[in-house]
Ligand binder design. Sequence first.
Ligand code: APR
Length: 309
Amino acid sequence: MLNRITVVGAGNVGATTAQRLAEKELARTVVLVDVVEGIAPGKALDQMESAPIEGFDTCIIGANDYAPAEGSDLVVVTAGIARKPGMSRDDLVRTNADIVKQVSQQIKRYCPNAIVVVVSNPLDVMCWVAKQVTGFPRERVIGMAGVLDTARYRTFLAQALNVSVEDIQAMVLGGHGDTMVPLVSYTTVSGIPVRQLLDESKLKAIVDRTRNGGAEIVAFLKTGSAYYAPSSAVVQMVESIARDKNRLLPCAAWLEGEYGLSGMYCGVPCKLSRKGLEEIVQVELTAQEREDLKKSAEAVKQTMAAVNL
Ligand code: APR
């Protein structure tokens, strides 16, 4: 259990994340911070009042400033505006870059030793903003995208195969956008390669649906984007860190030559421990997957160019 986790942004993703963290008792205290007056204390109090029913002893504090966040072991960044219909994640870039810049300055000041897990979109670029502004090493600034994209991919595969989601093992790499790279060659159903169970056309449809998984939900919600699965995904990463589990999960990490890429964040297989990023694991990819990963990384670099740091 960590001592203190702060979640910045008490909107849909942030508030749901705080509740899930508390229900799993991953920290003694969870601090929820938001710029909008009242929203964080109000939601935190409501969540605390669920504790006797859910049976958790984690204390949830809501605040309009960072004083209660001081000395946090881990900070989850969900501040930003969410995607509206017709808006790509990259449309969000300038607004959210300014927000993540402000948040990162506060993290540097109040939580200089924290591990930062970024959720705000466009994810890979916001991770870079957080890393640049905090000056933290790459071990302590990672991004949540791959776990969510992989969960969507696993959901669709389980539905198509009529098997338990628990039996689908898979990884989606690359940037968090339409160029993400589901690793079909490594997708298995209890160890059986998925290509033995599904034909190429069905697999292609599932890969396409995964790539558009975020937009599919935005089209339904109209006024916001997904938050139940995103909060589950970030909590899975936090759990691996808090419990020092060394889980191997697809996360956005700052690359320094791995997979032939450097100078950007991109989704790759990562071990997460109490240090944060313990190790980037390099696996062999097919020629097509390598090409797709390179394209995805180029798309991230293009979006980075839109931000002035
Ligand atoms: N500091 C703290 N909180 C902020 C700041 C800031 N500088 N700027 C905005 N916020 C808060 C908003 O007040 C709001 O409560 O961030 C919250 C965002 O919540 P939602 O609008 O509900 O958005 P949400 O669905 O939670 O998505 C947040 O995560 O998945 C990504 O694309 C998504 O970038 C978006 C982020």
